[in-house]
Design a protein around this ligand. Structure first.
Ligand code: OAD
Length: 239
């Protein structure tokens, strides 16, 4: 294996599945139980904010009894190992949970927002917030009432950190996608971006995804097994 110092990992719901967090598109996944249009669009929040608050309160509650699994821990270990040697791991996650951070990772970009953050629709300010949100909440910054929304990137909105993510992919040696179906852009297009920059690409997923053929290599299995195994291999190649 060629020497690798700088890695970008893109994660999706599959990395948190073994922690007990629902994925979206697997059997019984969240988008089978709920209509995207009812809970994950700005229009849904305008029409039925109570339902949207309840949906994300449930997601936040589910996290209270969920813990990072060996895949989260392995990525934190890789981050530390690369950092000690002047390298870098950038974790770009589509997940709104906090399991990467609780697993010990520090360099994490949440491109679809975070469950533990709220945003004011009036003044645009964000605040860390871990409790249940509701329609009557007042913004601590502008004083607006009813304007607080979950800080989640909904369908039709622009993901966070786009420029930083592209810059990280441009400067990496290897791009790795873990536990994502590749159904949602722009995340789904990052493998092609990485390849257009001449980067090596690897997919780690439970099963072949729609975009598997886009990667140089693909390994199938549960993230809790195949991510620690891959991390061990990379760490062995480090000087
Ligand atoms: P999906 O539910 O679309 O895909 C989850 C992927 O994880 C699938 O390819 C599964 O095969 C795989 N998987 C399931 N269990 C796994 C395990 N134990 N180990 C490894 N892989 C496993 O979730 P995402 O791709 O993350 O966006 O979905 C992308 C975005 O769509 C989400 O961020 C969310 C959703 O709509 C927003 O809400 C904005």
């Amino acid at each position: 294996m060629a020497k690798i110092k700088n890695i970008v990992v893109l994660t999706g719901a599959g990395i948190s599945a073994e922690s007990g967090i629902n994925t979206f598109r697997d059997n019984g996944g969240l988008w089978e139980q709920h209509n995207i249009e009812d809970v994950a669009t700005p229009q849904a929040f305008a029409v039925n904010p109570g339902l949207v608050h309840r949906f994300y309160n449930e997601r936040r509650r589910a996290l209270e009894t969920a813990y990072p699994n060996p895949a989260h821990a392995a990525l934190a270990e890789l981050e530390a190992a690369l950092g000690e040697r002047g390298g870098l791991l950038t974790i770009v996650t589509q997940n709104v949970d906090n399991l990467h951070e609780r697993g010990g990772a520090k360099n994490v970009m949440h491109m679809h927002g975070r469950l533990h953050s709220v945003k004011c629709c009036l003044c645009g300010r964000r605040r860390d917030f871990g409790g249940a949100t509701h329609e009557g909440m007042k913004c601590g910054d502008c004083g607006g009432t009813g304007s607080i929304r979950p800080d989640i990137v909904w369908f039709g909105e622009i993901p966070h950190h786009m420029d930083e993510i592209e810059a990280a992919i441009l400067s990496c040696d290897l791009f790795v996608s873990i536990g994502t179906s590749g159904a949602v852009y722009p995340a789904a297009g990052y493998v092609q971006l990485a390849r257009s920059f001449g980067k090596q690409t690897l997919e780690l997923n439970l099963e072949s995804s729609g975009g598997s053929h886009l990667f140089h290599n693909s390994r199938l299995g549960k993230a809790g097994k195949i991510v620690p195994a891959w991390v061990n291999e990379i760490i062995k190649t480090l000087p």
